[in-house]
Design a protein around this ligand. Structure first.
Ligand code: HEM
Length: 439
């Protein structure tokens, strides 16, 4: 019997999110192992591939494939925000934007941003866990990501402070608060949900377009003011300093919102569950203990051929594995812009292709806390080529910050899952609820 490509809980998440997509991802994983062309045609969907090398080739060939044509996410955005998106997302405007935005998130600025925006919430999670309280990590991840969105987009507080608000110096700022953060996350989720059902065509209905416009207007309402006034240490202030215009910045803000919210929250909660479900948290705990004892993580498990080498941060492979095995952006779509031969197939201009990113990444094997870098997949969970995830450093910093609080370097103990519930009918698979506690 073929072993399962990942945990049954993970498969359950894919299934509850979108059953048809789950079937396609699993089939893609199976097909990638069979001899024959790496790209196949699926009726109603178009071309699909679960081969990591071919997927990367497609993502890097921007002359033959486009994200703003039918099948690509830019096509959805162009209908919502306007035709100017086509240039900003894939034309010369995109090159200009990426060149200017290159340093928007560095490893260092991302870690600082996370510490600043999430510090109090994370420390509260740590305190509650060590006091033996259960914590819902799905809720926590949504609150954290919502807070980040408010911070990045300069989303203003819904109204002025209420009559009871304590505004005396030294009190924690009242905005953002957890409810506001959750509301921002849910609004972003509503926007992403409009893309459900676009697997066969990225043309949206007039009602969906109208709704999406309302949501983006709501989410980006604070951008013009923040763009004008934010200091250069804030994202929108940096965008201004980088020479981006208001329209570009609003477009970028919309992109960040959709690309970087559900994906990050999904990776955070699912990596937490994976560490518990696979038992790999014990390997991690051993590496952390060895690190604390000064013997280096390698002392932790000499039976393993892929044990983290001495001096390596044990969190680095864990975060990478979490991203690989969950691959929150489970598929990437592209339109074919000119006839091209690739992966043993001949594609025609106007066709569409779906890259089964989850399938390609899962093929490397089950989650291991110390798996080395996999050459074939590289970081395909962040895409490749000119659209490679702009927020990759931020996403890694976010996942790492949460996990380090759940399994702190000093005094980490195993966690157990107390209760869980998968999210249904969502674009990005995840938990609606994932309650963990110390074992
Ligand atoms: C685990 C979390 C994340 C995953 C798995 C992820 C994945 C991806 C993928 C696969 C793409 C390429 C899409 C394509 O080629 O069609 C992408 C693009 C992008 N991501 Fe992320 N992302 C994550 C987090 C973030 C965060 C936190 C941000 C920023 C706040 C962000 C901002 C972007 C932007 C702006 C793009 C578009 C880049 C372009 O078109 O040039 N992402 N992401």
């Amino acid at each position: 019997m073929t072993p399962l490509p990942t945990t049954r809980h993970e498969l359950g998440l894919l299934w509850r999110a979108r059953p048809a997509m789950a079937g396609l991802l699993l089939a893609g994983q199976g097909l990638a192992r069979l001899p024959g062309p790496a790209i196949r045609s699926v009726p109603g969907i178009g071309w699909v591939t679960g081969d990591p090398v071919v997927a990367r080739e497609v993502l890097k060939d921007h002359r033959s494939f486009t994200m703003v044509g039918e099948g690509g996410v830019g096509d959805l955005w162009a209908q919502i925000l306007g035709e100017w998106v086509r240039d900003l997302f894939d034309g010369p405007g995109h090159h200009d934007l990426r060149t200017r935005a290159r340093d928007l998130f560095t490893e260092r600025s991302a870690a600082e941003l996370v510490a600043e925006a999430w510090g109090p919430v994370l420390s509260d999670v740590g305190t509650r866990l060590s006091a033996g309280e259960p914590v819902d990590i799905a809720h926590t991840a949504r609150v954290l990501v919502g807070r980040m969105m408010i911070e990045l987009l300069g989303i203003p507080a819904p109204a002025g402070p209420g009559p009871d608000a304590d505004t005396s110096p030294g009190t924690a700022p009242a905005w953002p608060d957890d409810n506001g953060a959750l509301a921002a996350f849910r609004t972003g989720e509503r926007l992403a949900k409009l893309a459900l059902g676009t697997a066969t065509s990225t043309t949206l209905s007039p009602t969906a377009i109208a709704e999406a416009k309302l949501i983006t207007d709501e989410l980006t309402a604070g951008v013009p003011e923040a763009f004008r006034t934010a200091p250069p240490t804030r994202l929108l202030g940096r965008a201004r300093e980088l020479g981006l215009g208001l329209e570009e910045t609003t477009g970028l803000a919309g992109l960040l919102m959709v690309a970087g919210t559900e994906t990050s929250a999904s990776a955070m909660m699912r990596t937490t569950a994976l560490l518990v479900d696979t038992g790999e948290q014990h390997r991690l705990l051993a590496a952390l203990a060895a690190g604390a004892a000064g013997t280096g993580p390698a002392g932790a498990d000499t039976s393993s051929s892929a044990t983290t080498p001495p001096g390596t941060d044990p969190w680095e492979p864990v975060v990478r594995e979490g991203l690989r095995v969950t691959s929150p952006a489970s598929v990437i779509g592209r339109g074919v812009s000119r006839d091209v031969e690739i992966g043993g197939a001949r594609l025609r201009a106007g066709d569409r292709i779906m890259l089964l990113v989850w399938s390609a990444n899962a093929a490397a094997g089950p989650f291991r806390a110390d798996r080395e870098y996999v050459r074939e997949t590289r970081q395909l969970w962040f895409g490749a080529g000119r659209h490679l995830c702009l927020g990759a450093a931020l996403a890694r910093a976010e996942i790492s910050a949460l996990l380090r609080v759940l399994w702190p370097a000093d005094g980490a103990v195993p966690l157990r899952v107390v209760r869980r519930r998968a999210a249904r009918r969502v674009i990005v698979p995840g938990y609606e609820e994932l309650v963990v506690a110390r074992s």
